[in-house]
Design a protein around this ligand. Structure first.
Ligand SMILES: [Zn+2]
Length: 714
């Protein structure tokens, strides 16, 4: 049934969004915006929800389901052509919804243009429904199908679900697009997989979740970032259903079709998996970016449209997740979100943006054929330099230059407004903190102590104090980086924050005494540098991660040691037989080939590997990371210090790294977050008793700290 086309609807959407992301990324620099950081920093607008607040009424007609493939077999319609037509329609509508283009040339509809999708579906279902239009009943047909991704290569952890609504006369009425992520299959490479799948999933992955697909801690516990506080750890479990797009033609809005699309998506996903797969559904209700809208709506109008879409989402039972732009719906009637009324739901603070463009500015840009985004960024920057000179200086100057500027400003007669906040409620301290400018920060602490004390507790629109703003920025950057228009995961390359960043974090936490504190506590600096949140990490290795590593090193040592003894005894009794099983040899697979190939002939090589394992466990128990460089130095000092076997192993070309890596990989494979969780069966209680840390299960970073390279993604 599969036909191969050039591009699928979601790929066309992706492509459009990518263009937008490229453009957004080119507009860096200080530019306070009209939205809170979460919504505006998003690179994409992916939701085209219709403007209706009406709850879906199921009383008008009962939905009727039958299999489209049955129609094909009966010869009632040419399914391939019909599906191709519907897919094309869907693609055009999505383009409209995403780009906000007001009309699409119908002549395009028959041409197989580059973006045109192919017509093919998996597991299609059709439902009949009756709506009321201007008081008259109208029959519609709702097609729901899974598409198989570009060239039939949809990954097995992802389902793409499409919905299209047509009238009996073939008129296009609306549709939707959703994705279902089987999170359990991809936890170790959650960010990597989602960022490559679609813009919507990328936004979701980095916006709400950590790299292992668990909801961000700040959404659970930060006084502002948690929003209404109705969402908890349940968002970290099970599959993820994201509704990326819903659209209904203007004249069919307010007939309950929008909610019907959402209802069909949830129903279909849950039926496919045998029921109840998607417990929590996510959506980001936001209209197309005003600058992409051919109507060039004002930002006030944009805000009005957004409020209408949010009302629609809330009418379906969706509630805001934390203080983000994302909304969630729980299928469980007893969930807290289901008992929070629309009026009680959390809303982001409204901002009085005195920097925004007027409609005249935009029309002038359009007349002169300027790039709207670039023109807007330049205008905002120019306005910022006049209205918020301190902020402008703090976000554009180098640390030394800024100190000179601050000195001059302090000596300027009549200047007193050190507590000024911009439209995003940023103070100068927020900008100096987030910019990691330690000299300027120290200057503030020395020269303006009382003002700085006040500023330390001020929050931006997003809810961050200066310290939290810097922590949040650093945490984001240690995990992923924007390259061009895409966010790339770099979490395994993290080696600690820079000196300037550590100094700023120290000043913000401990004031001018911070440097003394660093000197007094041998571990404090590395805990700050590695973003430790438990107070017990040693060079980025958290207590829970250390526990896993020690256990695995000791289990492996015990098991391989026993195997080795047994083999040696059997070998004495039966010298002609080979007792090296493939399974036994597989434990040494990280050893360099020159050693691995000799394992059968030289049992001492195995003994050497096992002896090194003991030292790994001992070092870890003593709070010393099993760093390869450290091992090498010890060995060079005394070649027998790790035992006779170890000397044979190392002199034959064996490495400390191969043993360390074996332990790290084994711990990762048995970890509850990054592996099968099997270590929890015996050691779960011990692990749970240890403090939780942001650095838990970061085995890639651990490998790095031990002088090795290891990517956690599968
Ligand atoms: Zn820690």
């Amino acid at each position: 049934m599969a036909a191969h086309g050039k591009m699928q609807p979601q790929d066309a959407v992706k492509k459009s969004l990518r263009k937008k992301a490229q453009r957004d990324d080119s507009n860096k620099g200080y530019q306070p915006t009209c939205e809170s950081e979460d919504e505006e920093s998003s690179n994409s607008t992916k939701f085209g929800i219709p403007q209706t607040n009406k709850e879906h009424s199921t009383s008008d007609t009962k939905g009727e389901e039958h299999d489209v493939s049955q129609c094909t077999r009966d010869g009632k319609q040419d399914s391939t052509k019909e599906r191709a037509d519907v897919s094309r329609m869907l693609y055009r509508k999505m383009k409209k919804a995403v780009l906000g283009t007001s009309s699409l040339n119908d002549s395009d509809s028959d041409s197989e243009d580059e973006d045109g999708p192919s017509g093919f579906r998996g597991d299609p279902k059709t439902f009949k429904h009756t709506i009321s239009v201007d008081g008259a009943p109208k029959d519609v047909s709702i097609d729901v199908w899974f598409d198989r991704g570009l060239y039939d290569e949809n990954p097995d952890w992802l389902d793409n679900l499409n919905v299209s609504i047509t009238s009996t006369s073939g008129e296009d009425i609306g549709g939707g697009l959703a994705r279902y992520v089987k999170r359990g299959m991809i936890r170790r490479s959650f960010w990597e997989n989602l960022s490559g799948a679609s813009e919507g999933l990328s936004e979701l992955a980095f916006g709400l979740f950590d790299r292992f697909g668990c909801i961000k801690q700040e959404i659970l516990s930060h006084p502002v970032r948690k929003g209404s506080g109705v969402w908890g750890n349940e968002l970290s479990k099970g599959g993820i259903l994201v509704i990326e797009l819903v659209f209904i033609e203007d004249r069919f809005q307010r007939s309950g079709l929008g909610s019907l699309v959402v209802e069909k998506i949830i129903e279909r996903i849950n039926k496919k998996g045998g029921g109840g797969r998607a417990k929590n559904i996510f959506m980001w209700p936001i209209p197309p970016d005003p600058l992409d809208d051919r109507e060039h709506i004002t930002f006030t109008e944009h805000q009005r449209r957004k409020n209408r879409i949010i009302s629609f989402a809330r009418s379906l039972g969706f509630r805001r997740i934390g203080a983000t732009g994302w909304f969630g719906y729980s299928v469980k009637a007893e969930h807290l979100s289901r008992h929070l009324s629309s009026n009680e739901d959390y809303d982001l603070p409204s901002i009085d943006d005195d920097m925004e463009d007027s409609l005249e500015d935009l029309l002038e840009d359009q007349k002169k054929q300027r790039n709207l985004h670039t023109a807007r960024a330049i205008r905002r920057k120019a306005r910022a330099s006049i209205r918020y000179p301190l902020h402008y200086a703090a976000s554009t100057m180098e640390d030394d230059t800024l100190v000179t500027y601050l000195d001059k400003t302090l000596n300027k007669k009549g200047f007193t407004d050190w507590l000024q906040e911009d439209t995003q409620w940023y103070s100068i301290l927020h900008l100096i903190a987030e910019g990691a400018l330690p000299k300027s920060l120290e200057w503030l602490l020395i020269n303006l102590p009382s003002q700085t004390r006040q500023l330390l507790s001020r929050r931006t629109v997003s809810g961050y104090t200066p310290l939290e703003g810097l922590q949040s920025r650093l945490d984001r950057d240690r995990g992923s980086k924007m390259v061009g228009n895409r966010r790339f995961v770099c979490a395994d390359e993290f080696e600690g924050f820079t000196k300037d960043e550590v100094m700023c974090l120290t000043f913000l936490q401990f004031g001018l005494d911070g440097m003394k504190k660093l000197e007094a506590d041998a571990h404090l600096e590395s805990r700050i540098a590695f973003g430790c949140t438990c107070g017990g990490c040693v060079l980025g290795i958290s207590p829970r991660t250390k526990h896993s590593l020690v256990i695995q090193a000791e289990i492996l040592y015990g098991m391989l040691g026993e195997n080795l003894n047994m083999q040696q005894q059997l070998q004495i009794e039966f010298p002609e037989m080979d007792f090296n099983t493939d399974q036994d040899l597989s434990w040494y697979s990280e050893a360099p080939p020159c050693v691995y190939d000799q394992l059968k002939a030289t049992p001492d090589l195995k003994l050497g590997f096992v002896q090194i394992l003991v030292h790994i466990a001992t070092l870890l128990r003593g709070n010393i990371p099993p760093n390869v460089q450290y091992f090498t130095e010890l060995w060079e000092d005394d070649k027998d210090c790790f035992g006779r076997g170890a000397r044979v192993y190392l002199e034959a070309g064996g490495t400390f790294g191969s043993a360390v890596l074996t332990v790290i990989k084994m711990a990762m494979d048995r970890d509850p977050l990054t592996g099968d969780g099997s270590m929890m069966m015996t050691f779960g209680e011990e692990r749970e008793a240890l403090p939780k840390c942001r650095n838990d299960s970061e085995y890639g970073m651990v490998a790095r700290c031990c002088g090795l390279e290891m990517k956690m993604g599968r």
